[in-house]
Design a binder for this molecule. Structure first.
Ligand SMILES: [Fe+2]
Length: 262
């Protein structure tokens, strides 16, 4: 599998606190069968704005260091870009702050709200030839209440990435239920660990991968875990499955009929 969201680079954001931690994270990923990692440090206008060249150089240096420890996993540059109008002045097209300098960008919403300019932001990126990938929508309280918002965004070309920790319930019941819903409705396009260290939030995706296979079957799981992610890294088109309608809950009358065997 491939990890499209990981705070792996040392000292650049609130992820790996030093090079030793980055190496430990790489070792965990390699041991647990992760075949490539996209390094996605936070890119937040006015707060944390690493230069693109710094991210690229840090990936390069970490790869070199990793090889000294037998760690050969490819590391691609990227960013977790917090939506902000001013980003659009900087991003003119595929390249900087996009995954592997290509045409996909991992985009994050504020934790508790959906700003009024969110759709404008998405569509402005698309007009520049960049496909937004929404980071961990399963964690967002507004989207959890109304997943149809995500349906509409996907129909307009936005992709989604969910977190391994959410899938296996490590972030609580609500994000887990939300990932199950999104997976069952074909609304997940790739996954990431969103790892920040070698400890609690680490890059091991094994259990998440097992659960995804159990939930949606091997063929679709391959798309989500590997082939879509590789296409994103390579700036190719991702295969999109038709979004399924939600299962309707049985009403009181239906439950009564079921109870009496009708
Ligand atoms: Fe993240």
């Amino acid at each position: 599998m491939l990890d499209l969201h990981c705070h792996l680079l040392p000292t650049i954001d609130d992820g790996a606190k030093d090079l030793e931690t980055s190496i430990k994270m790489l070792a965990i990923a390699q041991k647990n069968n992760t075949k490539a990692i996209v390094a996605t440090p936070h890119v937040i206008e006015g707060e944390q704005f690493p230069a693109w060249e710094q991210i690229v150089e840090s990936c390069h240096l970490l790869k070199q260091e990793g090889r000294k420890f037998g760690l050969e996993i490819p590391i691609y540059p990227g960013g977790e870009v917090a939506i902000h109008r001013d980003i659009l002045d900087l991003v003119k097209g595929p390249g900087p702050y996009c995954i592997n300098s290509g045409r996909y960008m991992l985009v994050e919403l504020p934790a508790m709200e959906i700003p009024g300019f969110t759709e404008d932001f998405f569509f402005s990126l698309q007009a520049r030839g960049i496909t937004p990938i929404l980071a961990h929508p399963e964690r967002h309280p507004v989207l959890a209440k109304d997943p149809e918002i995500i349906v509409e965004w996907i129909r307009r070309g936005v992709l989604t990435q969910v977190n391994g920790a959410s899938i296996i319930g490590r972030m609580g019941e609500r994000p887990m239920k939300m990932t199950e819903l999104l997976l069952s409705r074909n609304m997940v396009h790739c996954i990431g660990s969103d790892a920040h260290s070698d400890r609690h939030r680490n890059p091991d995706l094994t259990k998440a991968a097992e659960k995804i296979v159990a939930l949606i079957g091997l063929e679709k799981a391959r798309q989500v875990l590997t082939s879509n992610s590789q296409k994103i890294i390579d700036s190719q088109d991702v295969e999109i499955f038709e979004i399924q309608q939600p299962h309707k809950k049985a009403g009181i009358f239906q439950k009564l009929l079921n109870k009496i065997g009708m």
